[in-house]
Every structure is written in C-alpha cells, then in structure tokens.
Design a protein around this ligand. Structure first.
Ligand SMILES: N[C@@H](CCC(=O)N[C@@H](CS)C(=O)NCC(=O)O)C(=O)O
Length: 212
C-alpha cells in the first residue's frame, strides 16, 4: 500500500485521524498542495483527479475518496470499529458522515475557494479550469451557520454524533469544524453542546494537529 497525502488539508485530515485511532501506518508521499505538487508527478499519474488522499491498494486499484479508503481500511483493521457495529449504527454513521460532508465541508470549501484570488480558475479541485463563483461565498457562510445549528441540536443529550461510541461521524465533524478556521469561522458561542463535544474530541491523541 502507498498513500499520497497532505495531512493538514481537511480530507486527508479525516483519514489521518481515522488511521491514528486504529494505529495504522502506511508508507506515504507528501504532496504539498500549497506548492501545487498535486499537478505534477508522482500524483498526476496515480490520481487523475489531482487530489489527496489517494491510496494505492495492495490489490492494485487506487482509491481516491476518504469514504472508500476508510471502508477498505476498516475491513482490514476492524478494531476499533469506526464505521459502526450494528446495521442501524452503520446506517446512522453513514448518514451523518454524508450530511457533514455535504452540509459542512463543501460549503466551507466553497467559501475558501471562491473568494480567494489564489484559486482563480480553480473554483473546484482537479484538472479542469473552473471559474470562481463569488456568490458561493455568501451562500457557504449561510450554510455553515445552519450546519453549526444542526450539530448543536444533534448533540443535545448525546456524547457522539451517531451511535453509542466515537465514530467516523465524529471524525468528519471534527475535521470540518477545524476546516472552518481556514475561513476564520469558529463554533458560535451559543453552540454549547457542540463546543463541549469538540473539546472532548480534541483531547484524543488522534486529533492532535498534524505537522506541516
Ligand atoms: N471527495 C474527495 C475530496 C478530495 C479533495 O478534494 N482533496 C483536496 C484536499 S482537502 C485536494 O486534494 N485538493 C487539491 C486542490 O485543491 O488542487 C475525498 O473524499 O477525499
């Protein structure tokens, strides 16, 4: 196996927390997105999407989505289970991972990429030239407000976002709340449940900020 990654970026961060929880280490190549290394070799030959993370599996296929990589690693390293044990737990974790990605991570990414001159013609990651859409900045901010409220309500009376134990849903929500800092947004003061939950997740060794 070989992993192409840039641990501080939000999608790789999700994966690295997952791996740390399971004590999995994979030989890796660091792809510095700030220097544009995703557009050059070796990544471009491995992943035509020019994104990280990308995992070259022992079996050959390259996995380019965090969800798929985590499914693969969970099957190979079942303990501790992070994708659920029972059918309903698995389904709820999947539900919340998807909601966090669509309602939190994507809106933050839209704010980040569409208001920053450094991303001119790079409104989306990948090989295509995609124009920025400035209106997505305001929409993303609005969606992020709603996302924080959603998490606050969900966490009332619960220790974890889905199921009875720490899971990938918590990992995704934590990485997304950290990513909000990239657009200078923090959890609103009135979101006390979310603040309490975030502080507990931040205490886990897996959640320590990655080096560079
Ligand atoms: N859906 C993909 C998203 C991968 C992605 O967008 N990764 C970002 C880093 S968080 C990236 O590689 N961006 C490259 C770029 O901005 O050019 C996943 O689940 O991993």
């Amino acid at each position: 196996m070989h992993l192409y990654t840039y641990p501080i970026a939000p999608n790789p961060r999700r994966l690295h927390i997952f791996m740390a929880e399971k004590d999995i280490e994979i030989p890796s190549t660091h792809v510095d997105l700030m220097k544009g290394e995703q557009f050059g070799e070796p990544l471009r030959s491995v992943n035509p999407l020019f994104t990280v993370p990308a995992l070259v599996t022992d079996e050959g296929p390259v996995l380019t989505q965090v969800n798929a990589i985590c499914d693969y690693l969970e099957a190979r390293h079942p303990a501790p289970p992070l994708l659920g044990r029972t059918p309903i737990e698995k389904a709820e974790i999947r539900e919340w991972c998807h909601r966090v990605f669509c309602e939190g991570l994507i809106p933050i990414a839209e704010v980040f990429r569409n208001g920053n001159p450094a991303f001119a013609k790079r409104g989306l990651p990948g090989p295509l030239e995609i124009a920025q859409i400035p209106a997505l900045v305001e929409r993303g901010q609005q969606l992020l407000d709603a996302f924080f409220t959603t998490l606050e309500r969900r966490l009332a009376g619960r220790d974890y976002l889905a199921g009875e134990a720490f899971s990938m849903a918590d990992i995704d929500a934590f990485a997304t709340c950290e990513f909000a800092g990239w657009i200078r947004r923090a959890i609103p003061a009135e979101c006390t449940q979310l603040t309490r939950w975030r502080a507990r997740v931040a205490e886990r060794p897996s959640a320590r900020p990655p080096a560079g």
